[in-house]
Design a protein around this ligand. Structure first.
Ligand code: SF4
Length: 450
């Protein structure tokens, strides 16, 4: 038997995890946020990529079988998704199953966190199964604000990025629309049906128009959906306490992983708003601007002209990207807000200021903790009636958030609860959420809501 050396393992990581041309492959997207994942698949379709969102959470047992229990929960869930998908394809196609036809999408982030390791770990597991070493893993990295270089032909990259970002914003808006209308719906189930239909319609719209220069037909469809959705609200239902949700991006947005915490909160009287996916995308771009600015300062101090040129170029590139993202996001939110009062997203620079003012954590440390802590403070100051921090059990940044945000919220007299998730059903969870909502209601009675 051939001996596998450490060098071979590193080579595999660079040869079979990275930026590969996705044309001609079935491009498999794991579901995180229900809406954005499908809309993004629509964007890929428009650019000629045969993409699909894999069924999610059904393969959790498989994911658990190939992990030790120490991995981050999102790593386990997504591993289960890809293993189950491959198992079913093998069964469906029999001899015609060709693993080379598939490409699995698993982005990553660098920094003091383990998200950068998921695709490497998934690679090791796929390589241990007959034939699945041929399934390449397409990875994008937060280090360059998820640039699509290498995945999509260069000449199409800008158009793709524009439509891809819009799909994230529209996905966030569908979420906010659902949380805005569901607690006040005229009849149970109307809001869910409306938003599920809307997702299908918009996925179709993204598939049809993303590669065109003009994305306005997509926005036109969105506005029609918004107008239909607002009719679901029963104006006789009184306003409820407003709850802000922060935490780790995957688990807080993956409804099955967090056991639909927002629905439970609504059952006990809340109107809840989760942090958006757009926030994370803007944060990764903002982080590049911040790093380029520090590098530029350093190079100027040292008179290093090559470094000055490079860091200035990076600074301008990411500043323009961030400016464009904010502009596009604001434009879409403003159009929607003409018809319904959903929350707008805050700017990342503002969150950094909030954190600096509070002096309890720093953007220098990075990770989602800097977003979650600053958002919790911001929402508390804006008069929200309670804060929920949802995260995977053992998540490092979220435990940091919990240790800092909890005493801060106590000082501000804002009800606060940590919800950690690992796939098990926790018997006290429902009672804890009910108690939290009781406190939030007391806060609401005393202070009102924004
Ligand atoms: S944020 Fe938490 S769950 Fe995600 S990779 Fe980092 S430690 Fe793991």
């Amino acid at each position: 038997m051939e001996k596998v050396t450490q060098l071979d393992t590193f080579r595999v990581m660079s040869e079979r995890v990275g930026r590969f041309n996705v044309q001609g492959k079935r491009f498999l997207i794991p579901e995180m946020n229900r809406f954005s994942s499908h809309l993004l698949a629509g964007v890929f379709h428009s650019f000629g990529v045969n993409s699909e969102v894999m069924e999610t959470y059904e393969g959790l047992d498989l994911g658990k079988r190939f992990t030790s229990g120490k991995e981050c929960f999102p790593c386990v869930v997504t591993l289960g998704d890809i293993l189950l998908f491959m198992k079913k394809e093998r069964e469906r196609l029999g001899d015609r199953f060709d693993p080379e036809n598939y490409m699995y999408f698993m982005p990553e982030a660098n920094g003091p966190c383990r998200f950068g390791m998921y695709n490497k770990y998934h690679r090791i597991i796929l390589d241990s199964m007959p034939g699945l070493d041929k399934v390449k893993i397409a990875a994008l990295n937060s280090d360059d604000a998820y640039s699509l270089d290498g995945l999509i032909p260069r000449e199409k990259m800008w158009d793709f990025r524009k439509a891809g970002y819009l799909s994230i914003v529209v996905g966030d808006i569908l979420d906010r629309l659902l949380w805005r209308i569901r607690p006040y719906e005229k009849a149970e189930g109307m809001a869910d049906t409306c938003i599920n239909d809307a997702t299908e319609r918009l996925t179709e719209s993204f598939a049809q128009h993303s590669s065109e220069n003009d994305l306005s037909p997509i926005l036109g469809d969105l506005i029609e959906i918004v107008k239909e959705a607002r009719e679901i609200i029963d104006p006789r239902i009184p306003k409820r306490p407003l709850i802000g949700v922060v935490g780790e991006i995957y688990v807080r947005t993956h409804v099955k992983s967090n056991q639909d915490t927002i629905r439970t909160l609504e059952r006990y009287g809340a109107e809840a708003i989760n942090a958006s996916i757009g926030e994370w995308i803007n944060y990764t771009t903002y982080e590049q601007v911040r790093l380029a600015k520090s590098a530029l300062r350093l190079n100027l101090k040292r008179f290093q002209f090559k470094g000055i040129k490079e860091s200035l170029f990076r600074y301008l590139k990411y500043s323009i990207t961030l400016f464009y993202q904010y502009m596009q996001q604001r434009k879409v939110y403003q159009r929607v807000r003409k018809y319904i009062d959903i929350e707008e997203d805050h700017k990342i620079g503002h969150l950094e200021k909030v954190l600096k003012g509070n002096n309890t954590f720093s953007f220098e440390v990075g990770t989602e903790a800097c977003l979650s802590i600053s958002s919790a403070i911001e929402l508390a100051h804006r008069g929200y009636n309670g804060i929920v921090n949802i995260f995977p059990f053992t998540c490092m940044p979220s435990n940091l958030t919990a240790s800092i945000a909890k005493p801060l919220m106590a000082k501000l007299n804002i009800p606060y609860i940590d919800i950690s998730c690992d796939g098990s059903l926790q018997p006290g969870r429902e009672a804890a959420l009910r108690t939290f909502m009781y406190q939030a209601y007391q806060h609401f009675k005393t202070h009102g809501r924004p």
